[in-house]
Design a protein around this ligand. Structure first.
Ligand SMILES: [Zn+2]
Length: 335
């Protein structure tokens, strides 16, 4: 199943934020699937056009601190957005943010983000029922308990898992994060929690691992908290990516199977990705297909429900990564 709610699509440019998440990753992917000879005919069997789930403050509070959630619902919201999207430079000037170009006020972004969290939760519910679901959104893996970070205001992945646990729909989960950036918020928030096992395969160098491990007061940089399984890939090691990922999945295979796996399925390891902070890892379209089939077949062979999120994918080519995988996965599900 695919959840693609056209009402849900917006770009950061609408808010004056110059981060190149293009609408095309949803629109072109969907157009390609619709134009497929078999998938086009069977669209009713795989397309869910409305996100039908509601996320409340209580849901946010299972993952984020009370202090942070209160800030999001106060006059401090704008500052929190500016921090999470890194819209100020070191001199305090606006950076990749031009309010004059905004057609929507910055504080309306929160509502949009909460609706993405709803989409992630809905995706998990459908995955539990049908085995496989891919949501055209979500994957905000950098958000920490106390603050937003790396374009991520709320950690939708964990909000969904905690809500499912609270409703007794699941007891445990795996998070398999193949976005090019380390899933640092997810790892930090679930540190020491055996009910959520995290695997992250990511650039060995670069953001969010390019800072100091400790600040000048000796406090640990939360981005360095390890996932249960971390697979750093150095620049030039692209040819080893799939084999190393397979080795990581082998470690998961030794653990009891979870009730659900959430795949944070970023397209940003793609060599054509346009965000500068993805440049330390450059996979071809073929390598990305190998990656996606490896994870999908591993989970399917173990009969684990699979909820997929779009996560990072920047510029005008990232849709190719999602489209090639979904064409294959939907046919696998329908035929
Ligand atoms: Zn990313």
């Amino acid at each position: 199943m695919v959840i693609y709610d056209q009402k849900d699509i917006f770009t950061l440019f609408d808010f004056g934020i110059q981060i190149p998440v293009s609408e095309s990753r949803a629109t072109k992917t969907f157009a390609q699937l619709k134009s497929h000879r078999i998938l086009g005919e069977k669209i009713r069997d795989w397309h869910i056009a409305r996100v039908e789930a509601e996320i409340t403050k209580t849901d946010l509070l299972r993952v984020h601190s009370k202090a942070y959630v209160e800030k999001l619902f106060s006059d401090e919201l704008e500052n929190e957005i500016i921090r999470a999207y890194e819209l100020l430079d070191s001199k305090g000037r606006y950076y990749r943010y031009n309010p004059a170009k905004a057609i929507l006020p910055l504080n309306q972004l929160l509502e949009k983000i909460i609706s993405k969290v709803s989409g992630t939760f809905h995706c998990c519910q459908v995955a539990l029922e049908k085995g496989f679901c891919f949501y055209f959104g979500g994957g905000m893996h950098h958000a920490q308990r106390e603050y937003g970070n790396g374009f991520c205001l709320l950690n939708d992945i964990l909000i969904a898992i905690r809500k499912l646990q609270a409703e007794n729909a699941i007891s445990n989960a795996w998070v398999i994060d193949v976005d090019v950036h380390k899933g640092d918020g997810t790892a930090a928030i679930t540190d020491g929690d055996e009910s959520v096992v995290t695997l992250s395969v990511h650039m060995a160098q670069g953001w969010p691992l390019d800072g100091e491990k400790f600040d000048d007061r000796g406090r640990l940089n939360l981005s360095f908290i390890e996932s249960d399984i971390d697979i750093p890939i150095a620049t030039g090691e692209e040819h080893l990516y799939v084999a190393k990922l397979e080795e990581g999945l082998g470690k998961l295979d030794m653990l009891p199977a979870p009730d659900i796996a959430i795949v944070v399925s970023g397209a940003d390891p793609y060599e054509k990705d346009e965000l500068p902070s993805t440049k330390a890892l450059n996979l071809t379209l073929e390598q990305l297909k190998e990656r996606d089939l490896l994870v999908y077949n591993f989970l399917k062979s173990k009969d684990i429900p699979r909820a997929y999120l779009m996560a990072g994918g920047y510029g005008e080519s990232s849709w190719e990564v999602y489209a090639q995988f979904l064409e294959w996965a939907l046919l696998d599900n329908l035929l």
